[in-house]
Design a binder for this molecule. Structure first.
Ligand code: ZN
Ligand code: ZN
Length: 143
């Protein structure tokens, strides 16, 4: 079950370590853009000897190699996302959930036409997510 992640590390000439594999697997299975704390506390249940620093360092290595990306859109904390296709994000200002938005950037073609090589797109939208809208409506109706 780790073969996929072993291959990713190999393809980037990275040493295969258990924390790197665990972090990759976690991000691949959790697309909710978790922060370090969420990743660490989940992995720690399975690997009690794991330290927060190790998780953080693994994330940094994966980030440097563009296997994962970090988002700073919710303020000071970093939220992690496995790099797949370039995509935009919607953040709910109420519950701080981050959703992937699959629309292409209208400025992208123009940037490429200028001869630049785009490695990262950090477009984001802010608002109230569907769930929170429903909750708010419920509140209004009740009182
Ligand atoms: Zn929300
Ligand atoms: Zn994302």
């Amino acid at each position: 079950m780790y073969e996929k992640y072993v291959k990713i590390l190999k393809d980037h000439s990275l040493k295969i370590t258990s924390p790197r594999l665990e972090v990759l697997k976690y991000l691949d299975e959790h697309h909710g853009h978790p922060n370090v704390e969420q990743i660490y506390s989940t992995l720690k249940k399975k690997h009690p000897s794991l330290s927060r620093t190790t998780v953080y360092n693994s994330l940094e290595t994966l980030k440097k190699n563009r296997i994962v990306q970090s988002l700073t859109i919710s303020g000071s904390e970093l939220r992690y996302d496995i790099e797949e296709e370039l995509h935009h994000h919607f953040i709910c200002t109420h519950c701080e959930s981050i959703f992937d938005i699959a629309i292409s950037c209208p400025n992208m073609d123009r940037t490429i036409a200028g001869g630049h090589h785009v490695e990262e797109v950090q477009g984001y939208f802010k608002g109230i997510c569907k769930k929170c809208q429903i909750k708010q409506k419920g509140k209004n109706n009740n009182g």
